[in-house]
Design a protein around this ligand. Structure first.
Ligand code: NAP
Length: 253
């Protein structure tokens, strides 16, 4: 069975490792191309958009794909919508992988907001030292709050040049430890953290560190998705893929 795996997340990388080398499955991993130097995956891969739903439908046909897996980031809303529409049109099954969001625990001071514009507003009028861990594509939202000093962490620092007066950019790729995150928050004298509710273990340490240090977190909620019944992790997704492939998952998988 030929599988197209839409990636760009740690779940997709884990799933690619689980699918690599299987004689019953032929997996092609797809990256959007946002990261200039992605780690080489253990399966064949391609880079770049498909050209919307029509392009993806054509790609599924020419590549003779039997099953589509959407393991994109919970905030990659457009790609997930395209995947759902294209799988329907191509008449092939779609397996969605979506890690559960983080949930508030005792000691957390979360300010939950619907989007980045509201996150910038939630920082308030008085100048604060802000740790921004939202990626690099939506930094412009914080141009509306130029009174703050920003520490920006992204995977790649090239091309990060926001249009506000006070900022520093550092690079970092999870997983991070709570100890290191606490050290960073203290050293930079951070007053507040801004993050997307991405979920997962790779970047949860900043949330634990903020809780331990009693710092507020502006938490951007996930976009609404229509699809129910998504798998929560790579192991569950493998099981569902094998059910599609064999009718039922082989023993022990
Ligand atoms: P998006 O807004 O949902 O997608 C925009 C366009 O990028 C899509 O319409 C598609 O172009 C292309 N695209 C997205 N994912 C693709 C993939 N895996 N393979 C090929 N083309 C893809 O996506 P985004 O939020 O910019 O995220 C881009 C990538 O970064 C995704 O792979 C996502 O998993 C990863 N990522 C996103 C975030 C985040 O916070 N958004 C965080 C970590 C990782 P066409 O319409 O031309 O096909």
């Amino acid at each position: 069975m030929r599988v197209l795996l839409l990636g760009g997340t740690s779940e997709a990388s884990k799933l690619a490792r689980l699918l690599a080398g299987r004689p019953d499955l032929d997996c092609l991993l797809s990256f959007a191309g946002r990261t200039k130097t992605p780690l080489a995956p253990p399966v064949p891969f391609r880079i770049g958009g498909f050209g919307g739903v029509d392009g993806l439908v054509a790609f599924l046909a020419t590549q003779e794909i039997d099953l589509l897996v959407d393991a994109t980031h919970p905030f990659a809303e457009q790609m997930s919508q395209n995947a759902e529409a294209a799988a329907k049109r191509a008449g092939i099954p779609l397996v969605a992988v979506e890690r559960p969001p983080w949930s508030r625990e005792p000691g957390d001071q979360w300010i939950e907001v619907a989007d980045m514009a509201r996150a910038a507003e939630a920082l308030g009028v008085a100048p604060r030292r802000v740790f921004l861990t939202i990626g690099r594509l939506q930094l412009a939202s914080f141009e509306a709050a130029p009174q703050h000093s920003y520490l920006i962490r992204t995977i790649e620092t090239a091309e990060v040049a926001p249009n506000f007066p006070s900022y520093q950019v550092i690079s970092g790729l999870g997983p991070f430890t709570q100890e290191d995150e606490e050290r960073l928050l203290r050293a930079a004298k951070i007053d507040v953290l801004v993050t997307k509710n991405s979920g997962g273990q790779a970047t949860i340490a900043k949330i634990l560190a903020a809780r331990a240090l009693g710092l507020p977190v502006v938490m951007v909620q996930r976009p609404h998705r229509t699809g129910n019944g998504a798998c929560h992790d790579a192991a569950e997704a493998l099981h569902v893929i094998l059910r599609h492939c064999h009718g039922s998952a082989p023993r022990g998988e």
